[in-house]
Design a protein around this ligand. Sequence first.
Ligand code: HEC
Ligand code: HEC
Ligand code: HEC
Ligand code: HEC
Ligand code: HEC
Ligand code: HEC
Length: 421
Amino acid sequence: MMSKSSVGKITYLFPVFCLLLIISGSYSFGNSREVISLDPVTEGQAKDTSDKNLSDTTRVQAKSTPAQTVSDSVLYKNRIFKSEELIRGERLFYGLAYPKGEAINCATCHNTVVSDTINWNPDALEISKKYLGKNARDLSKVLLKPVGQKMMQVHKNFHLIPEDIVLIKAYMDKFVDIGLKPEKPVITNLVLFIIAAILLLFSITDLIITKKLEKRWIHFIILPVTGAFITYMLVINALSIGRSKDYSPVQPIKFSHAVHAGQNQTECIYCHSSAPYSKIAGIPPENVCMNCHLMVRNGTRSGAFEISKIIYSYENQKPIEWIKIHNLPDHVFFSHAQHVSAAGLDCKECHGDVKKMDIVKQVSDLSMGWCIDCHRTRKLNVQSNQFYSQYRELAEKVKKGQIDSITEAMMGGKECGKCHY
Ligand code: HEC
Ligand code: HEC
Ligand code: HEC
Ligand code: HEC
Ligand code: HEC
Ligand code: HEC
């Protein structure tokens, strides 16, 4: 840490220093970094935001010579960037422009590729959008003079010269149009399907027309195997049209059930309050979040970034646009109250162990077979549940040993009208 007086000295020396540099013509971006990191403005900002340093900073600016303004005023200027500059901006963002050890790869934290696991840092698109309306000066503050607990941890010891920050900003502005790259495609079932289809076709043509393959028995392996595979894929795909098991879209806020329902042990009903007495379970509005987030403004994992979105949407009355994950077709009637209160089922039975999920995923396929399977096999707890008093007759039969248990199916759980409008 530099003492106050030494900062003061350099403060006066600095303009002279800069002038010398410019005159000697060695003011090139690549090799002037060590020099620039002596910049009292930058130093003071990066290390300490206390008042005494700020007043130093102001003094520097007040007395600044043209040279001082050169390095700083680039942050304000609106200009059009050449494509080489944008490329350098990109290289800076990916930590490729500086030597190893000094480089910061923003993309290690700020994802530029779509991710299906939670990355608590805001992704590159989000930060770029947030800063689209701001200027390079704002970016330089958050990089060199971070405030907030998390921000001070993650944006630490960044030494970037103003010109480079301008170029990073230019690249970030461009990134808003580029967007996140899709995940690397894996070999999908579609590829296997196509390979199987080609093999099948080859086998059939060779068997009937070309007859080139001598070991003809090979055909009798290829044909049934590929045939079975293709039929299987067709049936599976035809059945699952409109279904979306494993669906887990990227939500507008990195809300984690593992943090809330797991770690903090908040009851599901606290947020999904209508589940016990209504058809829908409901997604909590912002004011429910604000019950806690009026106080909790910083998350251990995500810092202030995600929680500030709740506050923004609450204060501006712009509801968070959560993407609905579970979707039954319109012709199906399903009620949470019936299952949660009457049947006394745990949320887990249908939604899996949500407590452990950072990102909610649909674990059941919500097919008709899934509903009916449970209605057929689930033994109802008739004795202890008031709701079943009307089914005394069945209950008596259980007592007399005529049947060993009651399932929902016996009560009409397989009747079409119960589930279909
Ligand atoms: C602090 C509030 C909160 C708590 C507690 C909570 N949830 Fe949620 N839940 C949400 C929010 C917000 C969403 C929408 C965002 C998302 O999908 O992650 C959601 C979404 C869901 C979804 C997906 C809904 C859809 O779109 O189809 C399910 C299922 C769910 N929660 C189940 C549970 C279960 C089970 C528990 C208890 C273990 C629980 N939740 C506890 C707030 C909460
Ligand atoms: C019952 C209190 C409570 C409610 C209600 C609540 N939260 Fe939280 N939330 C917390 C606490 C406590 C933390 C801090 C967890 C930590 O940092 O370990 C937190 C952390 C977070 C984080 C940051 C996680 C991290 O570690 O960085 C996000 C994002 C968040 N909440 C979103 C929401 C949203 C969206 C809602 C409303 C749907 C909501 N919360 C409702 C208590 C609550
Ligand atoms: C070690 C991980 C890490 C690295 C490396 C990193 N960031 Fe960040 N950045 C974060 C986190 C975490 C936040 C959110 C912190 C918060 O809001 O409390 C953030 C926030 C931001 C924000 C949003 C600030 C705001 O006002 O909300 C911008 C812009 C940003 N980073 C730019 C960059 C750039 C440019 C680089 C590369 C020079 C970079 N970051 C490198 C982790 C990182
Ligand atoms: C019998 C199975 C079952 C049980 C038990 C169940 N759910 Fe659901 N849940 C569903 C189905 C099916 C949907 C889709 C409903 C639709 O699309 O109309 C759904 C949708 C949801 C949704 C999103 C849409 C909505 O209705 O608001 C949330 C949130 C949810 N469930 C939370 C819960 C919670 C919390 C519990 C426990 C208190 C619970 N569920 C218990 C089957 C179940
Ligand atoms: C994990 C088991 C389970 C699953 C899965 C399940 N249910 Fe149920 N369902 C029950 C039980 C138990 C009852 C009996 C509750 C009661 O007594 O009303 C019930 C009752 C019902 C009823 C009321 C029937 C009546 O007698 O009035 C309807 C309608 C219904 N379920 C629809 C559905 C639909 C639609 C699905 C699939 C999307 C579904 N259920 C999935 C267990 C399940
Ligand atoms: C326990 C609830 C339940 C009962 C009882 C039920 N269905 Fe369904 N049915 C569903 C659900 C849920 C779907 C949606 C399945 C999907 O999207 O894959 C569905 C879908 C359908 C479809 C659309 C085709 C499809 O697979 O998507 C038809 C047709 C249908 N049901 C007919 C019937 C008939 C006829 C009966 C009476 C014999 C019946 N259902 C009883 C829950 C039920």
